[in-house]
Design a protein around this ligand. Structure first.
Ligand SMILES: *[C@@H]1O[C@H](CO)[C@@H](O)[C@H](O)[C@H]1NC(C)=O
Ligand SMILES: *[C@@H]1O[C@H](CO)[C@@H](O)[C@H](O)[C@H]1NC(C)=O
Ligand SMILES: *[C@@H]1O[C@H](CO)[C@@H](O)[C@H](O)[C@H]1NC(C)=O
Ligand SMILES: *[C@@H]1O[C@H](CO)[C@@H](O)[C@H](O)[C@H]1NC(C)=O
Ligand SMILES: *[C@@H]1O[C@H](CO)[C@@H](O)[C@H](O)[C@H]1NC(C)=O
Ligand SMILES: *[C@@H]1O[C@H](CO)[C@@H](O)[C@H](O)[C@H]1NC(C)=O
Ligand SMILES: *[C@@H]1O[C@H](CO)[C@@H](O)[C@H](O)[C@H]1NC(C)=O
Ligand SMILES: *[C@@H]1O[C@H](CO)[C@@H](O)[C@H](O)[C@H]1NC(C)=O
Ligand SMILES: *[C@@H]1O[C@H](CO)[C@@H](O)[C@H](O)[C@H]1NC(C)=O
Ligand SMILES: *[C@@H]1O[C@H](CO)[C@@H](O)[C@H](O)[C@H]1NC(C)=O
Length: 496
């Protein structure tokens, strides 16, 4: 493997100067290179974002593990990897990272999640992980990258809603769905280097519907909401130990996000559309007052920063507009998951399979753009991904080896990123950026080694197959992301 030092040198001395010329016209930070002035906040204006320099387009990336990677070694961090990866992302024009600003622990060890947790018990914090979050924001600010800070999670991989519910119900057992178990077979002879598998054993895995029913009690259990709001207040009022900025006064933080992918809590009985995703209107759904209440609470504490929900937009127009049409929600989000939603099969090499994915993504971007336009808000494609050409890995020791090609993924990325860019460029568009899931950077399944906390920090979170959706530092997808930034820079340079 290429040494870390060499990559750092390359990123800062060779690639960065190229980037300088690609920075959008009028977007050069005033004096200190790449730094974001503490008071240069982004605001939403109709279907556009603006900062002091003009129109903002987000060339984004998901980097959820940031606070853990940036933390000290004794809490499982990997600071040199964090710095190298930040430099790599900067060198590819990335100006926005979506990172976790929450993770929850339990009295007993729990599977499938980020460790160590930021909030180890209600109101109790691991300061070393908080310092990791401080470092993320400080280093991002130096590189001209703003943040989306995710404050909770529907899913088990950071503790999330399920953990809040467990805390509130006498530490009741969370009904985990089938999740990735790193210690399950296949294992390799060197301990800590195994790949694992999805398992139902050990936790008696429940159907996903059981898990979400449990997790969604979060919306209505008063104790959960009290703790959640206390967490919000704790993070927003945090004083960064690296640069002294108060989080809620730091323009590096563009957005407070209520949660990752909060799900509707009403279980439908009707037709759910061609992919079983579209839900009928349900004004009584507790997710709606929860969004209203939580977003208003954040706005009351941090009026200068933006708020969004973290919604996927897969449930159709009614839900999409119901959760986003509050004055305290500044913009909409979409997450597009063709394989997870049954549109695409990563083991099928036919062109018809890829075409189905591309058609779905294009329609999804177009639909959500219109829905956003109707409520006069920008929309951010804040998650999407595709596996490698994993049919090439069938019969090998691991289905997600990094040796598989990326021909489908690259074509898909060009299509979906292109659709969002075309929408941004059109007069009536609402898209303001894209953010692939997720940066794996230096990580590779072939060389992975679980740390003392059982973590490998792939781009895939702990409950999913490592290597599934990663963007590696050498992947063509990173060049596609970079070309997006260069193309948009030209458009903004013309004053559109
Ligand atoms: C809480 O859980 C403990 C251990 O599972 C059990 O002994 C106790 O009865 C429970 N308390 C309540 C109020 O459910
Ligand atoms: C991993 O799980 C899949 C499906 O659950 C199964 O088909 C496969 O045999 C498992 N692999 C190993 C090595 O156990
Ligand atoms: C993970 O797999 C190992 C080995 O099969 C098993 O002993 C353990 O119970 C599993 N853990 C969970 C949480 O499923
Ligand atoms: C899932 O929930 C249903 C309805 O509450 C229940 O009957 C079933 O036992 C649950 N399944 C599991 C595996 O927990
Ligand atoms: C909304 O938040 C307030 C505190 O800000 C709380 O008292 C109230 O119960 C919450 N309502 C809902 C529906 O969550
Ligand atoms: C959105 O909110 C505005 C202002 O409250 C309202 O006039 C409009 O009808 C709402 N639109 C939708 C689609 O709910
Ligand atoms: C591959 O995908 C295409 C398009 O969806 C489908 O027609 C074909 O049957 C699939 N092949 C296999 C082997 O699943
Ligand atoms: C887009 O909207 C059309 C019209 O409502 C609908 O038929 C189609 O299924 C939607 N497609 C996607 C991918 O959301
Ligand atoms: C914008 O206009 C183009 C061309 O008239 C149209 O194809 C597209 O659907 C419109 N988009 C929205 C979001 O209204
Ligand atoms: C840090 O990350 C690099 C690159 O993935 C890896 O080679 C190294 O072993 C990691 N160090 C620790 C302490 O985990």
């Amino acid at each position: 493997m290429v040494s870390l030092t060499w990559i750092s040198v390359l990123a800062s001395s060779i690639i960065t100067p190229t980037l300088t010329s690609a920075i959008p016209h009028g977007s050069q930070p005033p004096s200190t290179s790449y730094s974001i002035a503490a008071d240069d906040f982004v605001s939403a204006d109709g279907s556009r974002f603006r900062d002091r320099q003009g129109t903002v387009y987000l060339t984004g990336m998901n980097y959820w593990s940031c606070m853990n990677l940036a933390a000290d070694d004794h809490v499982g961090g990997n600071y040199s990897r964090f710095i190298t990866e930040l430099d790599q992302m900067q060198a590819h024009g990335i100006n926005h990272l979506r990172i976790m600003a929450s993770s929850e622990g339990a009295p007993t060890w729990q599977p499938f999640r980020m460790y160590p947790a930021l909030q180890v018990a209600p109101g109790a914090y691991n300061e070393a992980i908080f310092v990791g979050l401080d470092r993320c924001l400080s280093e991002m600010g130096k590189r001209g990258m703003r943040a989306t800070m995710t404050l909770a999670n529907e899913w088990q991989w950071s503790g999330g809603f399920g953990q809040y519910v467990s805390w509130a119900t006498n530490d009741s057992q969370i009904p985990y769905p089938s999740s990735w178990n790193l210690t399950a077979p296949p294992q390799r002879s060197t301990p800590g280097t195994g790949w694992g598998n999805y398992t139902v054993e050990g936790v008696n895995a429940a159907p996903y519907s059981n898990f979400t029913a449990y997790a969604n009690e979060f919306y209505t259990i008063p104790k959960c909401q009290k703790w959640y709001q206390a967490h919000i207040s704790k993070v927003l009022n945090r004083v960064n130990t690296v640069n002294g900025r108060v989080y809620k006064e730091d323009a590096t933080i563009m957005t407070w996000q209520l949660a990752n992918e909060p799900q509707p809590a009403v279980v439908p009985t009707q037709y759910l559309g061609p992919y079983s995703l579209e839900l009928p209107p349900a004004p009584e759904d507790p997710v709606i007052p929860w969004v209203k209440n939580s977003s208003a609470y954040i706005k009351s504490l941090a009026p200068k920063q933006l708020v969004n929900v973290g919604f996927e937009g897969k449930q159709g127009k009614w839900y999409f507009q119901a959760v986003h049409n509050f004055s305290t929600v500044d913009y909409c989000t979409t997450h597009c998951w063709v394989q997870n939603w049954g549109v695409y099969d990563m083991l099928n090499s036919s062109s018809a399979n890829l075409q189905a994915a591309k058609d779905f993504a294009t329609a999804f971007v177009s639909n959500s753009s219109e829905w956003s336009k109707e409520i006069n808000k920008p929309v951010y494609l804040e998650e999407f991904g595709m596996a490698r050409d994993n049919w090439e890995n069938v019969g090998k020791e691991y289905l997600y080896l990094s040796s598989a090609g990326t021909s489908n993924k690259d074509e898909y990325f060009n299509t979906i990123i292109g659709a969002a860019m075309d929408d941004f460029k059109s007069k009536n568009g609402s898209y303001i950026g894209t953010s692939p899931w997720a940066y794996g950077g230096l990580y590779r399944p072939e060389t992975q080694h679980a740390n003392a906390f059982g973590e490998i920090w792939a781009g895939d979170p702990p409950h999913e197959a490592p290597g599934w959706y990663d963007l590696y530092d050498t992947d063509e997808a990173m060049n596609i992301v970079y070309r997006q930034q260069q193309d948009i820079a030209k458009v903004l340079g013309k004053g559109t």
